[in-house]
Design a binder for this molecule. Sequence first.
Ligand code: PMT
Length: 433
Amino acid sequence: MPKTAAKSLAPRGRAGADRERGRRVLLVVTGGIAAYKTPELVRRLRETGLAVRCVLTRAGREFVAPLALAAVSEDKVYDDLFSLTIESEMGHIRLSREADLVVVAPATADILAKLAAGLAGDLASTLLLATDKPVLAAPAMNVRMWEHPATQANLATLRQRGVVFVGPEEGDMACGEWGMGRMAEPETIVEAVAAFLALKTTGPVGALAGTRALVTSGPTWEALDPVRYVANRSSGKQGHAIARALARAGARVTLVTGPVALADPPGIATVHVESAREMLEACERALPADVAVCAAAVADWRAANPARSKIKKTGRPLSLALAENPDILGTLARAGARRPRLVIGFAAETGDLVANARKKLAAKGCDWILANDVSADTGVFGGDVNTVEFVTRAGTESWPALSKDALAARLAARVADALGSGRSAKSRKRSRR
Ligand code: PMT
């Protein structure tokens, strides 16, 4: 269990801090035998301080009584898309929008297929289609259904769209078979929910006061000619979230960003650049810093000789000579006296995550690497969720799937721990004078 999640699971009673902040889980219970565990799940979620509201499908009613869910959630149970009473009190759109997280447990093969196909025939599927909130699903089904190519294709589609999965687990099944398909235990689901939500709005407020941070974010664009460029799929969401989390912790942050469609984070000095060489220059100007986090997806190559005018078609294949770009992370890590005390990079990989991250840690000379799998089906580029291996010289930690904000807050907490009460870059600069 991740340590921070464990901490956040301590029962805090009804007056828990989360509930005071009005944070809510919408639990969609669909029709699998594991639905009998959902009153226990609701009880445990509420112990963390979260408010829980339940939606029950018609098949779900066969396995768990609405009254049981209403009693443990201390709320009405919603089960009918067409009930005028419910629609007038609480439209299905509002139902999903009022939640911080939608949890589907158990998530049957049927609801996953509906969600993947965009079907909206009942309250559960309609609100899942209508929601703008993250969705965490705990699949539960027979092992053959789980292994079926249709289910696996649906899972891949949903992962790509940012749905986070917890479980299933291997074991004996209600149908007498053995294999993968048991719903994760309620405490495991609660851990995943806590990890996903717990640090989203908290993080170490004020713990980095007096420090300076440099964050890179977004892609770089490398011009081929005045019209065209080479780029990548980074949206800047992860880097910007890190800049916000460090600023929330009290650091004075400079954010150096490539071209993104995001607004500049309020209160953060944001420098806009296009190419890798411009990004390096801006980073060097931002020194000294106590911590540098390189989350930008910097192009490794640029056109060796970008054309001055638009390249014309000739009917023949076009060859482009590429030159290697400077390595910003490596440069910051080897900046001698100007080296930030903590230099952190990412590794964007499509295989051998940890082995490649270790190679990068050594080659670039940084202190920590957050390795994320950016294969097309993970939805990391541009999505709101990220799952990283946190790699240091001391070892590797697997962090659970987190919203990019929660990941940023967790990283900010680690930065605050590592920098401790040491002197800031500013005070070190003063004492060198
Ligand atoms: O922006 P999002 O859509 O939210 O997606 C987030 C992300 C996937 C872009 C982010 O989490 C991430 O992985 N960022 C690093 C992407 C990358 O360039 O990885 P890399 O493995 O190619 O590079 C390793 C490290 O070296 C990175 O810290 C990178 O910033 C740095 N680098 C790479 C090349 C270069 N010329 N200079 C660098 O500083």
